[in-house]
Design a protein around this ligand. Structure first.
Ligand code: AMO
Length: 434
């Protein structure tokens, strides 16, 4: 089959319905049925589905014979004309004039019908096939709107998009959750975040954004963590925690507005109703007090999952910014309150939305001596961070930023049980393929 000609001549199913002339369609066979002298085939492509109807004697014999013999999910080409039909989905059916199987599907390892009950691990083993499903496609169409809206919003505000390195020489978040790699004769790591690089960029180009993969060697399998995820990050010069929290508020509102406008069908299919969120600002101490009143446990320097859920219950459709976070609960690069290395509180925050942390960030330390002190306090060796520390010696303004996890945000927005639903090919403790 001539693919160049096909690309030129074929129509997407959703656009075919209005056509008065004969149309050329390609897609995947969703279902076939035979009722004696009449046969049906439901064809799907990424835009929609259409019923193809063949009545014995009214279409070519070859087509009539073949129509219900094609296996599900086979790729087919069909040329035909539309006809009004009350029973057909969309009110029209296609009467085929030419029908060809482009690629026959073998026996399917999982059920990919709309009623599929196949469990997530099995679906992920066969993700390439799981991606044939409308529901699954809806999640990723929405995710595509999310990342596009994020990029668009910040580019329009004068941010530059940067590409950080994925191979790094020392931890960027502290801790031990690093994947080690061999880099010639040196030891290297997969980036845990673009943190140190975005700070250097904010100190030269002021406003920077990126959407980039990061790797976390966290050993535990949870429903909200991946070992490889994508982060949507910004960093700004001349900014404190409040300047950058406002940026989250605005971008999340813009993203939700875009999803509501651009993904009506997908939201309906997933049964998700969205409202543009409000914002609420609270200190960590205020949240701790409120949770105590509610009888909910809060960690010493972190919020429990239970507390995050409670915040959503108390403040629905609201991004809750929890600032003045205890310094001990934040990474080495977060500015201590009052620029004092031994402060109790920090200029760091978390943003909680729909019962889960979607982002963390804060004002950073731009003072080399203070940074060295904080590295030591966290048990890290300043020598490993020499280039990073030195970058603040030659004209570094106060700056701040944050990161929103793309998959985490998708999970939260769509109310997905497991974050693996929000990534096409998840990497977790046990999964390295497909
Ligand atoms: P943090 O580690 O809190 O901060 O990550 C920021 C956001 O990224 C997402 N995220 C994850 N999503 C899925 N699986 C994971 N294992 C995972 N880890 C993080 C979450 C989280 O809120 N450099 C700082 C941010 C900054 O200060 O700019 C950082 O990486 O949505």
């Amino acid at each position: 089959m001539d693919m160049q000609k096909l690309q030129k001549n074929r129509t997407l199913i959703k656009d075919a319905f209005d056509s008065k002339k004969s149309v050329e369609l390609t897609g995947w066979v969703y279902d076939t049925r035979a009722l004696g002298k009449i046969k049906f085939l439901v064809l799907r492509d990424v835009s929609g589905e259409i019923q193809i109807t063949a009545v014995k004697g009214k279409v070519a014999d070859g087509i009539f014979k073949k129509l219900d013999k094609v296996s599900r999910e086979s790729v087919v080409y069909v040329r035909g004309t539309l006809k009004e039909s009350k029973q057909a989905p969309g009110g029209k059916e296609l009467i085929p004039e030419k029908f060809e199987v482009i690629a026959k599907a073998e026996e399917l390892p999982i059920d990919v019908s709309d009623f599929s009950k196949t469990e997530l691990p099995k679906r992920l083993d066969n993700r390439f096939l799981d991606l044939h499903r409308k529901r699954i496609q809806a999640i990723f169409k929405i995710q595509s709107t999310i990342s596009m809206a994020f990029r668009q919003h910040f580019i329009e505000k004068g941010f530059i998009e940067f590409q950080p390195p994925s191979i790094i020489g020392a931890s960027s978040e502290g801790g031990t959750d690093l994947f080690e790699a061999k880099y010639f004769e040196k030891k290297a790591f997969l980036a845990q975040s673009p943190q140190l690089y975005k700070q250097m960029i904010a100190c030269s180009m002021e406003k920077a954004m990126t959407i980039t993969p990061v790797w976390r060697a966290e050993k535990h399998n949870t429903i909200r963590h991946l070992n490889e995820c994508r982060q949507m990050d910004i960093e700004m010069g001349f900014a404190d925690a409040f300047v950058v929290m406002k940026q989250i508020e605005e971008v999340v509102q813009y993203i939700v507005k875009e999803v509501i406008e651009k993904n009506k069908e997908e939201l309906e299919l997933l049964g998700v109703r969205l409202k543009i969120p409000k914002a609420k600002y609270m200190t960590f101490a205020e949240v701790a007090k409120l949770m105590k009143e509610q009888g909910v446990h809060v960690g010493k320097d972190d919020l429990s999952g239970e507390a995050e859920k409670k915040l959503d219950e108390l403040f629905p459709d609201t991004i809750v910014f929890v600032h003045d976070w205890p310094l001990s609960g934040k990474p080495f690069y977060i500015m201590p309150k009052g620029e004092k290395a031994d402060a109790e509180l920090s200029e760091g925050f978390d943003a909680i939305y729909k019962g889960m942390e979607i982002s963390s960030g804060g004002q950073r330390i731009h003072l080399p001596d203070l940074l060295i002190e904080r590295l030591k306090a966290k048990g890290l060796n300043p020598v490993d961070f020499k280039d990073y520390v030195d970058s603040f010696r030659y004209g570094a303004p106060p700056h701040g930023g944050w990161s929103i996890g793309l998959e985490r945000f998708t999970q939260v927005l769509l109310g997905l049980e497991n974050i693996r639903e929000a990534v096409m090919f998840p990497r977790d403790r046990d999964r390295l393929s497909p």
